[in-house]
Design a protein around this ligand. Structure first.
Ligand SMILES: [Zn+2]
Length: 367
């Protein structure tokens, strides 16, 4: 099984011509559609490497086939790896050179339409870590996101999932407002560890409501025809910064928690069971009267968490399975559970009682 992981690296805007990258992306779109266009004022080497991908089915793992004509499609790039001992792997003429001797990444001909133009970036520790784990970075992509130039590196690793030791790591994914809970079930079927992982919701709430308040003020200015005044522009910048903060915080939180969970599973050679009930949680969010905008953020970031988790589990060869572990049905007698104060679930039939987030662990024990 080949597992893959990717990382995005922001490219310096002053050294990268955004319009040129736009043209490369347009050309890539055509290639995906089966066309061959030789643009007279573009380096032949770049066009050759792009058309080289056409006969190469695997290249389609990069992104998806563009849905629309002229949609911007990230350009796939080959890489040359130069290792510490001087040995090399890959295409000598590749536009991306990962130089482990100099600890730099060199980009040739893809940042500016100028013969021989190349830029250097410091080698991210992410790449060094993936190589150390037995991975290889054979491909990269260049493209724009929010009109900013980025390089994406794709690491691949051949890995076979290990045989689980009898430990199970249960991950119960709720939308961020209720957090993610994890539990460890040991080989003798006991819940050995249990903990909810919750981001600082008060902080997110504060940022979100502040952004909402400023949006209303901006709306007022716009209705008065003052939408392009310096004051309005400053407001808009403030709103954007606050929204970015919410995303950045949740992303960082997800990244750290995923890493911790995967390392825990690896240490115990556990099998991972994931209950991802995003739909059920969506209803819960509506019931809890969380504002629509914030609900969307929570849902999107929760999906990202699950994606991040499965990507990393595959990368490290941790066997995992999606399993329905309902938190509203009694794991002992399958009677419906009643929710009491403080998210405590009680079974009126057999007397089972547990915090709502812990019910899935009790299901895992009885699997
Ligand atoms: Zn019961």
């Amino acid at each position: 099984m080949i597992a893959g992981r990717a990382v995005l690296i922001k490219l310096p805007r002053d050294k990268c011509d955004v319009d040129y990258i736009k043209r490369l992306m347009a050309l890539t779109n055509l290639v995906y559609r089966g066309y061959e266009v030789w643009v007279p004022d573009m380096p032949r080497t770049i066009e050759h490497q792009l058309y080289g991908f056409r006969d190469f089915k695997e290249s389609l793992v990069f992104g998806v086939t563009p849905k629309r004509w002229f949609a911007r499609t990230w350009m796939p790039l080959k890489t040359l790896r130069v290792y510490g001992d001087g040995s090399m792997k890959g295409d000598r003429k590749a536009p991306v050179v990962l130089d482990f001797r100099g600890s730099v990444i060199r980009l040739r001909q893809v940042c500016k339409n100028e013969s021989g133009y190349s830029i250097e970036l410091p080698m991210p520790s992410w790449v060094v870590d993936r190589i150390r784990e037995g991975g290889d970075v054979r491909f990269a992509m260049i493209g724009l996101r929010d009109n900013e130039p980025y390089l994406a590196l794709v690491a691949e690793r051949v890995v076979e999932p290990y045989v689980p030791s009898g430990y199970r790591l249960v991950v119960d994914v709720n939308v961020w407002s209720n957090g993610v809970a994890y539990g460890i079930v040991n080989p003798s079927n006991r819940i050995a560890e249990y903990s909810p992982l919750r981001p600082n919701l008060r902080l997110i709430d504060t940022w979100y409501h502040k952004a909402e308040k400023l949006s209303k003020e901006l709306g007022k200015l716009k209705r008065l025809g003052l939408g392009s005044t310096p004051g309005a522009k400053r407001l808009w910048r403030e709103i954007k910064a606050l929204r970015r903060k919410v995303y950045a915080y949740l992303r960082d939180f997800a990244q750290k928690r995923v890493h911790e969970l995967v390392m825990k599973a690896l240490r115990l050679r556990a099998e991972v069971l994931i209950d991802d009930m995003i739909e059920e949680s969506r209803r819960e969010l509506i019931e809890e009267k969380i504002p629509r905008g914030l609900r969307k953020v929570y849902l999107a970031e929760t999906r990202r968490f699950v994606k991040l988790l499965t990507t990393q589990l595959r990368w490290y060869g941790v066997p995992y399975e999606f399993k329905r572990l309902p938190s509203t049905i009694c794991p002992v007698c399958h009677h419906k559970l009643t929710q009491e104060e403080g998210r405590i679930m009680v079974c009126e039939n057999c007397g089972f009682k547990a915090p709502r987030d812990k019910v899935p662990m009790h299901w895992a024990v009885r699997l």
